[in-house]
Structure formats: structure tokens, C-alpha cells
Design a protein around this ligand. Structure first.
Ligand SMILES: [Mn+2]
Length: 407
């Protein structure tokens, strides 16, 4: 049995709320489909954050449904199991689940319970690959999913689901358990994940997943990685959801099972559709150097859907009110599109107390505090204009202003 594990697609994601990722998502989904055909995968497990928000745009929902339909056509027998992540609306993702189930697509939004309040194991436990595998599809758990009287509700839920799965497991059937959560020990170095807590707990212990589980398919952390043993894995996101993920190759996992255990795990690299550029490559550079580097970038091509994303970091020794205009002008007609413009100030960064004794602090006048604050951010001292402006403000707030325009 071969299972493809992918996660954290974030369909509908935008950079800075304005640059859509549709082109990248469309290429990824086409690649995923081809890969599942080529790999002859028996099942695909999607571990949450299918969508970037609880109210995804219609175009993102269309992409999701079109993907499911195309997958069904290309791989008539493949089983598809998807759980909701913390970004998804459980109700919205699960709304079409009755229809999708008829197509062999199992979507678990919120944790389903029976009329008596027990976890609905008929919904949560999904046999795959003609009974060679059993997926215990536990979604991201919200307060409404948690039993109220348990000291450790997360452990209680996993224990109930795993006990139910063991009772149903056939002798040569491999057990796969899903989760959308932060497992202690995972490296969450990338900034694009929201911190989430489940029942007041921010990280789940590895002991949630006993050794008789063949594979634990995790979502939430965007960097693919194993946690604890080799068979507990985050598949990672297929595209960069923040510019600081530029250096990181996105992937999916393809897992081969032999009976009840994993035989081999391969990481398949997702082709990167759009390049992420940074000027300068590392650190920050003075404005003149930055503008020269931007000027040297290649020109824009008509109808280009894969324009690189650009992050610019400028080192300033004094305020530069026209910074954005200067940068945007340098980029006019260039292929790269500006996503982020950062400023790093070249001041000494020192706090007042770092250099002045406590007794002297009490004697400082406001103008001196202002000059020192300025020095903290800017290498160049404030100009006469700036100092005159400060003096005017100071006299206004201290009440002894003589405003020539007021009389
Ligand atoms: Mn995510």
C-alpha cells in the first residue's frame, strides 16, 4: 500500500492581502495529481489547512472541488482523506462531506460525535486501499470538540480513537493516525504558522502516538520534518507562505507500507513555481546600493504569471521619507514584484540607561532624551529643522507656547 501525505495548502492565501497564490496552487495541484498517478498511490491524506481562512474565496473552493473531481477521474480507486486545520472552518469544509463520501472522499471538519456523545468512529475511522490501511482521521480540535470533564482532553480523545481503531484493525491492516497540532519537539522556525492551543495546551506530547501506529500524518508546521521517530511526520506546506521560507524546499511524503508497518518513506520535492528574491541577499544594504541592485534586475515580460516575489531591506542612517517611492521607481518595468520593504536603522540601539548613570537620568532634559533616542536609530544626528520642530512641540505641550498663528 502506498499513501501520499500532504498538508497546509492554504488555498486562497495572499501575500500582503493582495497578491494571490492561485498560479502556484494550480501548478501544485496539477503536479500532485500527476504524482499520484505516476506513484500509483492508493490513498492521499491531507492533514489540514486546506484553505487559508474560514471564509475562502469562491475561486479557492472551486480549485478544491475541481482537484477532487480531477483526482477521481485520473485515479478512479484512490481514497482521499482530508481533515480540517486551524485555518479551516470545520463546518464549511465538512459541509459537502456527505456528497463527497459517495465519491470516496472523506472530509472530517469538526470531530464527529454520535447522539450519545461518543466519538463517531464510523466517520473518523476510514478504511483505505481495499482494507489494507485504516486512517484514524482526527481533525484540529477546537474547544467544542473537547470533553469538558477530562484533565487532559487531547489525550482522552486520541486514546478513545486509537482504542476504537485497534478494536477494528484486521491482522495485516496498517493504522494511520492524523493530527493538526504542534507536537513537542517539532521545529516551528517558520513564522507563517499561528500559535494554537488545544484545551489550554500549546504542544502535544509524543506519547499520544503509541508505537503500534504505523504512521502519524501531521499538519500545522509548514516545514516538512519528522518528530520523535521516523514515522511521525509533518508533510509541510507545498508553497512558501511567508518570504522567510525562501530557502526551504517544499515537499510531500510518499509512504510505502508492508502489512502493519512502514517499509519506506520518500520526500518528493514540489517544483517551485515562483522564485523569491531578496535585495541584498543577506542583511541590509545602504539605499544607493539597493537602488543600483534593483536597477540591474531583469525587465518585465508581457503576460508573465511567475513574476518573482521581492523582499528589500534598506539600511538607513537618517530618515528617508521618499524611500518607498524611490524603491518603486527603481522597480518600474522590472520583472520582480515588491512584497516587502524593510528598513534597518543604523543607530547604536542603546537604551538611555545603558550609558547614563541613574543619578544623571533624573537630570536629563527632554531635548537631550530626544537626541539620544534619535541616535539609537540613526547614525546621523538630527538636523536643525528637526530640532526646531521638537522644540516647538515641547513648548506646546508644556503650555508656554506662543503660537503666532493663534492670535
Ligand atoms: Mn497551516
Amino acid at each position: 500500500m502506498r499513501v501520499v501525505h500532504t498538508s497546509d495548502w492554504h488555498l486562497g492565501h495572499t501575500l500582503r492581502g493582495e497578491v494571490t497564490r492561485e498560479h502556484e496552487h494550480a501548478l501544485f495541484l496539477a503536479w500532485l495529481l500527476e504524482t499520484c498517478v505516476r506513484e500509483r498511490a492508493d490513498a492521499v491524506v491531507i492533514t489540514g489547512d486546506v484553505f487559508d481562512s474560514a471564509t475562502p474565496p469562491a475561486s479557492a473552493e472551486r480549485m478544491w472541488f475541481e482537484f477532487l473531481a480531477a483526482m477521481r477521474r485520473a485515479c478512479p480507486t484512490i481514497d482521499i482523506v482530508a481533515i480540517a486545520g486551524n485555518h479551516d472552518s470545520p463546518a464549511r469544509l465538512g459541509a459537502a462531506s456527505a456528497v463527497l463520501r459517495e465519491l470516496g472522499v472523506h472530509v472530517i471538519g469538526g470531530l464527529p460525535r454520535t447522539a450519545t456523545g461518543a466519538i463517531d468512529l464510523d466517520r473518523v475511522l476510514v478504511p483505505i486501499a481495499g482494507g489494507r490501511g485504516l486512517v484514524a482521521a482526527v481533525p484540529f480540535l477546537r474547544p467544542v470538540d473537547l470533553p469538558p470533564d477530562e484533565a487532559d482532553p487531547l489525550e482522552a480523545i486520541y486514546a478513545e480513537v486509537i482504542a476504537g481503531a485497534r478494536a477494528r484493525l484486521a491482522s495485516q491492516q496498517a493504522l494511520i493516525v492524523t493530527g493538526h497540532l504542534y507536537v513537542a519537539g517539532a521545529d516551528a522556525a517558520y513564522l507563517s504558522e499561528r500559535r494554537v492551543s488545544i484545551g489550554g495546551v500549546e504542544s502535544a506530547p509524543l506519547r499520544l502516538f503509541p508505537a503500534d501506529i504505523a504512521y502519524v500524518a501531521l499538519g500545522h508546521i509548514h516545514r516538512a520534518q519528522r518528530v520523535g521517530r521516523d514515522t511521525i511526520r509533518y508533510a509541510g506546506a507545498p508553497i512558501s507562505l511567508a518570504l522567510d521560507e525562501a530557502s526551504y524546499r517544499h515537499s510531500i511524503a510518499s509512504i510505502d507500507f508492508a502489512g502493519r508497518t512502514v517499509a519506506e518513506i520518500r520526500q518528493l520535492l514540489v517544483p517551485q513555481a515562483i522564485e523569491i528574491l531578496r535585495v541584498p541577499r543577506h542583511g541590509a544594504a545602504p539605499l544607493g546600493d539597493v537602488l543600483a541592485a534593483l536597477d540591474a534586475l531583469p525587465p518585465r515580460i508581457e503576460g508573465d504569471q511567475a513574476r518573482p516575489y521581492l523582499e528589500v531591506v534598506v539600511a538607513l542612517d537618517k530618515p528617508e521619507p521618499k524611500l518607498r517611492v524611490l524603491v518603486e521607481t527603481a522597480l518600474d518595468g522590472k520583472r520582480a514584484r515588491l512584497i516587502q520593504l524593510h528598513v534597518e536603522h543604523t543607530g547604536d540601539g542603546a537604551a538611555l540607561g545603558d550609558r547614563i548613570s541613574a543619578r544623571r537620568l533624573a537630570e536629563l532634559d527632554p531635548r537631550e532624551v530626544f537626541v539620544r533616542l534619535w541616535a539609537r536609530q540613526h547614525a546621523e544626528p538630527p538636523s536643525a529643522d528637526v530640532l526646531a520642530g521638537f522644540d516647538r512641540l515641547l513648548s506646546e505641550v508644556s503650555g508656554d507656547a506662543v503660537d503666532p498663528e493663534a492670535s
